[in-house]
Design a protein around this ligand. Structure first.
Ligand SMILES: Cc1cc2nc3c(=O)[nH]c(=O)nc-3n(C[C@H](O)[C@H](O)[C@H](O)COP(=O)(O)O)c2cc1C
Length: 391
């Protein structure tokens, strides 16, 4: 009998047992299924979460970045979402070591990444990023560029210290996202992910804490979604109809873990519906712990609600494989919160479609291959030192 989590009751029942062989075959059965996102078939349900690495001097991903991604594709990651890459707008970023998704040299570097990932049997989408008001003026790659955002406000500030974007600024940024998406398709990528999460530019519009505009881009949740929806529509217009467009969003912000875009499923629906209508094929609902219920009276996590409300493909994420309890259920000790069994239960119920793995995949490039093969004993425990290298 496989371990089963009674919702909200007892996550650590000592009565449930499951043999390692049963656990392995269940993991393989559920995670090895292909997933479809618009015209793309992802070979399995494991995605690599986007992770900024800052190993691309001049914004150019080099050979080490190529092999970093290819290594993970060769070891079973079905879909790679690249680290955030700056779109072609001078205020988009603040590091010369973060890759860019514009410029000849930068795009030539990315073409090699896509080619190597495909040769290894994987699929890959770049994450397109503008950091907005997170930018500190004077920082590279374009030192003179101002910090821009919906209202010129940084998280936690009451008074603007940056530039509130004009209509023409909005058009420029929308155009920059669309341009990078067109480049992604031209270079052979399998889709794009728009970074609308974690308190960066697109999320600064979505969230009332940073969006105080009184024009059509501010006010209620639907108005605050207008900028994001314009980006999605512009991207959609520049790429083929079957080219996947993924939108990543979060309740939490980098500088405000407790912030929320939506307090109720109705508010969430008001935000997600215009994005789905504008052409999003899949939502990547970023949470810090995938097992935390998003709203009262339901076990569904944020990805679960996203799928339920939009009917779109949903990707979950958050602390998968980091807990020491991750495979404990397979030793006859129940299905602890955060365990692989908990994740598989949710996947079996179709709560979400894919699972993105971040830090565990930095630690262990072979993580996906080991989980798909049920070699749980071989998983390397996470150590924060893994963030420092590009191994
Ligand atoms: C080093 C590092 C860099 C990250 N950079 C990005 C990023 O560029 N874009 C993004 O959307 N999320 C970024 N994240 C968040 C991850 O995509 C992911 O949501 C988070 O790490 C939780 O997943 P995990 O618990 O499996 O690591 C980053 C996380 C880490 C650890």
């Amino acid at each position: 009998m496989r371990a089963h989590i009674p919702s909200g009751i007892d996550f650590r029942s000592p009565h449930v047992t499951v043999t390692p062989a049963e656990a392995a075959s269940r993991a393989a059965r559920l995670l090895a299924r292909p997933a479809v996102i618009n015209g793309l078939t992802v070979p399995n349900r494991i995605a690599m979460a986007p992770m900024t690495r800052m190993f691309s001097p001049g914004g150019v991903p080099g050979e080490d970045v190529v092999s970093y991604y290819a290594r993970r594709a060769a070891a079973g990651v079905g879909l790679i979402v690249t680290e955030g890459t700056y779109v072609g707008h001078d205020s988009a970023g603040q590091s010369d070591r973060v890759p860019r998704f514009h410029g000849d040299e930068q795009l030539a570097g990315w073409a090699k990444v896509a080619e190597a990932v495909h040769a290894a049997g994987g699929t890959i989408v770049p994450q397109l990023w503008h950091i907005g008001m997170v930018r500190k003026a004077g920082e590279p790659p374009f030192a003179d560029a101002p910090a821009v955002g919906p209202s010129g406000l940084r998280i936690g500030e009451d008074e603007p210290t940056g530039t509130a974007m004009t209509r023409s600024d909005l058009d420029d940024v929308v155009g920059a996202f669309a341009e990078s998406a067109a480049a992604a398709e031209r270079l052979g990528f399998d889709g794009v992910e728009i970074h609308g999460a974690h308190g960066y530019l697109v999320d600064q519009f979505l969230w009332s804490g940073t969006n105080r505009r009184t024009d059509a881009y501010g006010g209620d949740p639907v108005a605050r979604t207008k900028f994001a929806a314009e980006i999605v529509a512009a991207v959609r217009e520049r790429v083929s109809a079957d080219f996947p467009v993924i939108f990543r969003y979060s309740q939490w912000k980098q500088e405000a873990y407790d912030a929320r875009l939506a307090e109720t499923p109705e508010e969430l629906e008001a935000i997600l519906s215009p994005l789905a209508a504008a052409g999003v094929d899949a939502f990547h609902a970023s949470t810090r712990r995938y097992w935390v219920p998003e709203f009262e009276d339901s076990d569904l996590n944020l990805a679960g609600w996203t799928k339920k409300l939009t009917g779109k493909t949903a990707i979950t994420v958050g602390s998968v494989g980091l807990d020491g309890d991750f495979t404990k259920a397979f030793q006859g000790q129940g299905a602890p919160i955060g365990s692989l069994d908990n994740l598989l239960d949710r996947m079996e119920r179709d709560e979400f479609d894919l699972v993105a793995v971040g830090r565990a995949l930095l630690q262990d490039p072979q993580w996906a291959e080991k989980v798909l093969a049920g070699r749980f004993d071989a998983l390397a425990p996470y150590d924060a030192a893994a963030i420092k290298t590009l191994s």
